[in-house]
Design a protein around this ligand. Structure first.
Ligand code: NAP
Length: 479
């Protein structure tokens, strides 16, 4: 008997999860469900993470969870309980497959869409490190590690291998964010040759979105960063009939959490009308994860058969005025266990080999590394020239010179041609006067102390040179 943590979730979550659990139980597979909670009702109990200790304990023990969507307060306030769960258990890979459903007519029907978005799941802007820089300027840190990139790239290739898929495309915004998004592209290009049987290429994420709408059948596996993956996986679910059809596996080396791509869709909560397919198919992914391949195929084929037959089609497919209820759809799938659709049958799956990347916190060592300057971010209510003249004077006898000032990434001092609508947040770039030296922390601190005497600063970044290359990017307009 295998124990699995089950989290009903918020809004439509309990209906979807109940449907999936009933169908899985009907296959005869031996699972004991340990029910735990997270999300809105937990926030209401005053637990600000949205995830109570007994839920964490249960997942630590069972290492597998099937969950419904959790409502996230928007804007200021609590963190997303979903993101908390993914991060607490380092489920770094978010696998989102979509395929054409026989019987669900979309503008893409007949084109054989069968693709998977492999989304990095714990880094990027979703690290959730945000600060108000001034009362009028907010910042979110986009953190991407070499280790995180390696784990997600290897997972994508291993996943492709496990499912016998032929290509892996890496989708990034490396043309603009050369260091963060570029890290995934660089790591992908280093690792791809280890999988010579799989064709690989890089595509810029915006073009990837365009290509997905124009010619989605060209893609097999797409590996991408967290935010890109969040967006394009909603897009890909739209290609095959909508969010009601898109499952997810959040995989880590220790824990796996299965859920739908969709959220709690509160307007449909408790009405017994929504499409539970996404959570049912997440349950199918869960069954494969725990080695129950036969039960997984049984459920997947019954879902496909039911959808193909057109009987018991839910409201999102045929309109809510004539759609079948969630409970009738569930009952019909159970009756259809053992039947196979005429097309779109379950493929031959093998277990995914999760990457074995070192558990050491630091895995990249540079051959050479020195500090050659500092960016000091200053709050200043006036214009760039006045700030520039003031800083030039402050540092005239120091180890650093003011190279330039930028406002939201564009150089504004010394004055350029750009017509910038400035805000009160200025990045002031100082470089060591001795270009061959390595600035000590004391030197940077002395610079900061001088500036503090006159200006209000809120943030400092050392400028490093790593293996002879600048470890920072230029401002727009900076030479
Ligand atoms: P959503 O809950 O995914 O719903 C958006 C729309 O998608 C619905 O209005 C409905 O479209 C359709 N839809 C979603 N699930 C469906 C299903 N099972 N069957 C049929 N149609 C379905 O997105 P949201 O309204 O932006 O978010 C609501 C809450 O969920 C938020 O608090 C959000 O933070 C949270 N959320 C949680 C997760 C998660 O737990 N992993 C993921 C995403 C969002 P129509 O209106 O066209 O019928």
């Amino acid at each position: 008997m295998r124990t699995v943590t089950v989290i009903p979730g918020d809004g439509i979550g309990p209906e979807c999860v109940n449907s999936a659990v009933q169908i899985i139980n009907a296959t005869g597979v031996k699972i004991e469900w340990e029910e735990r909670h997270a999300g809105a009702r937990v926030f209401k109990q005053g637990i600000s993470s949205g995830v109570p200790a007994d839920t964490i304990e249960s997942i630590k023990k069972t290492r597998v969870a099937l969950k419904g969507p959790l409502e996230t307060p928007v804007g200021f306030g609590q963190k997303s309980a979903n993101v908390t769960l993914r991060k607490l258990f380092e489920t770094y890979a978010n696998i989102r497959p979509v395929r054409e459903f026989p019987g669900v007519t979309t503008p893409y029907s007949g084109r054989g869409i069968d693709l998977v978005v492999v989304r990095e799941n714990v880094e990027d802007l979703y690290a959730g490190i945000e600060h108000m820089q001034t009362p009028g300027v907010a910042q979110c840190l986009k953190l991407i590690s070499r280790k995180g990139c390696e784990k997600i790239v290897r997972t994508a290739f291993e996943f492709a291998r496990a499912e016998g898929r032929k290509t892996v495309a890496c989708a990034t915004k490396a043309n603009i964010m050369k260091m963060t998004e570029g890290f995934l592209k660089k790591t992908f290009e280093e690792i791809a040759p280890e999988y010579p049987e799989i064709e690989s290429w890089h595509v810029i994420i915006d073009n990837c979105a365009h290509q997905l709408v124009k010619k989605p059948e060209q893609y097999d596996v797409i590996v991408t960063t967290n935010m890109n993956g969040d967006i394009i996986s909603d897009l890909t679910s739209g290609l095959v009939g909508g969010l009601g059809f898109a499952p997810t596996a959040n995989l880590g080396n220790d824990v796996a959490i299965f859920e739908a791509v969709h959220g709690s869709a509160p307007k449909y909560a408790g009405k017994d009308v929504i499409n539970p397919t996404a959570v049912i198919l997440s349950g199918v992914m869960m069954l494969r994860h725990i080695g129950e391949f036969e039960a997984a195929n049984l459920v997947e084929n019954a879902v496909m058969y039911t959808i193909e037959s057109g009987k018991a089609a839910t409201g999102d497919i045929v309109g809510y005025d004539k759609g079948a209820s969630t409970s009738l759809y569930t009952k019909t799938i159970i009756e259809n266990l053992g039947k196979k659709p005429s097309s779109g049958q379950a493929r031959d799956y093998k277990a995914i080999k999760m990457p074995n990347v070192s558990g050491e916190p630091v895995s990249v060592t540079a051959k050479s590394r020195r500090v050659i300057g500092a960016d000091i971010f200053v709050e200043w209510p006036q214009d760039a020239d006045a700030l520039g003249r003031s800083l030039d004077k402050i540092v005239e006898d120091s180890d650093f010179r003011l190279k330039m000032i930028s406002n939201r990434g564009t150089k504004v001092y010394p004055a350029g041609e750009a017509l910038i609508d400035c805000v009160d947040h200025w990045r002031c770039r100082f470089m060591l006067r001795d270009a061959g030296a390595d600035a000590s922390s004391e030197q940077v601190l002395a610079l900061l102390t001088k500036i503090s005497a006159v200006h209000k600063w809120m943030h400092v970044e050392k400028l490093s040179e790593i293996d002879g290359e600048p470890g920072y990017t230029m401002a727009q307009g900076e030479d």
